[in-house]
Design a protein around this ligand. Structure first.
Ligand code: C5P
Length: 296
């Protein structure tokens, strides 16, 4: 094989419950992750050395050297399998950078699957998931896709059966938010944070396919911290709520705002209202659940 392209989805957190900080700096979470049809693509081709090429904008916002998460994924797979890490990874970015939608994690998951196929290393799913967890808390979910609940630092996943297609609208913001900075602000605001908790009602709503109930149960413990660092996002959330969103929340650590629509037509109206407000850098539509990293 001399060329492999893999597509990986963005995610939105349907419910993110965050506990107090652990000794290792991470936080235990109960994290309901949901993949949406907003994709990055990574194309792997043979090369003498590991090289990252970025397609699709974001100059200067994404490292193209050894720090790039896709490059780290290729090196981790090469080290694990005793393979030479020579490969060019061309990344076609569509997922907002530092937006709380796990774009870097999607690129890492896509790079793992692409290099595994290109190099013929044929790793078992469990081994790929193990390598993914070493790269970042959200990388295992980017491999898996669908809807899943994550425990621990969010990397120990259990799939959640989801019998509903959810129409989403995302308000992208100028600039990004640093995930560690948002967690630090969370610790400041919630010095008394209890251990994270699950919500069985949300799992039932996803299984029964009722978007109205799902919308009411959307929740993100990091939202107040993200709004503390970016107070302008509160107005963006209000625009979507006034336009009848079934649920409106900051995605992960932000600053992307996520809005759940009743139907495709309603998503069009939400899209128009958010665009007209002038509060978003861009407004995009997507549906969930979407697949995990897949060869195309
Ligand atoms: O795992 P990942 O590298 O994506 O995490 C980035 C940062 O987000 C961590 O260094 C930590 O500051 C914070 N984080 C956390 N608890 C988690 C996940 C991430 O504190 N469960």
């Amino acid at each position: 094989m001399n060329r492999v392209t893999v597509r990986a989805s963005a995610k939105v957190n349907l419910r993110l419950s965050v506990g107090p900080p652990r000794a290792d700096g991470y936080h235990d979470v109960v994290n309901v992750l949901h993949a949406v049809s907003l994709f990055d693509e990574v194309t792997a081709t043979p090369a003498a050395e590991l090289r990252i090429v970025l397609d699709g904008g974001y100059p200067g916002q994404i490292p193209t050297g050894a720090d790039n998460l896709a490059a780290r994924a290729a090196r981790a797979l090469a080290a694990h399998t005793g393979t030479d890490p020579g490969v060019t990874l061309r990344i076609r970015k569509r997922i907002p950078v530092a937006g709380g939608m796990a774009g870097g994690s999607a690129d890492a998951a896509a790079a793992l699957v692409a290099c595994d196929a290109l190099w013929g290393t044929g790793l078992a799913r469990a081994d790929l998931l193990g390598l993914a967890g070493g790269l970042g808390s959200d990388v295992p979910f980017a491999l898996l896709g669908g809807t899943a609940v994550g425990h621990g630092r969010g990397d120990r996943l259990t799939p959640v059966p989801t019998h509903v297609r959810l129409p989403w609208v995302f308000g992208l913001a100028d600039g990004g938010l640093s995930t560690p900075a948002v967690y630090t602000e969370y610790d400041r605001l919630r010095a008394d944070a209890p251990p994270p908790s699950a919500d069985d009602e949300l799992s039932r709503a996803l299984a029964c396919g009722d978007p109205g109930v799902v919308g009411k149960l959307l929740a993100n413990d990091l939202q107040d911290a993200a709004l503390g660092l970016r107070p302008d996002l509160a107005r963006t959330l209000d625009v979507g709520r006034r336009a009848g969103a079934l649920g409106a929340l900051v995605s992960g650590s932000g600053p992307t705002c996520a809005f759940l629509a009743e139907s495709a037509e309603h998503a069009d109206r939400l899209h128009a209202a958010l665009t007209a407000s002038g509060r978003c850098r861009a407004v995009v539509r997507a549906d969930g659940p979407a697949p995990g990293a897949t060869i195309v």
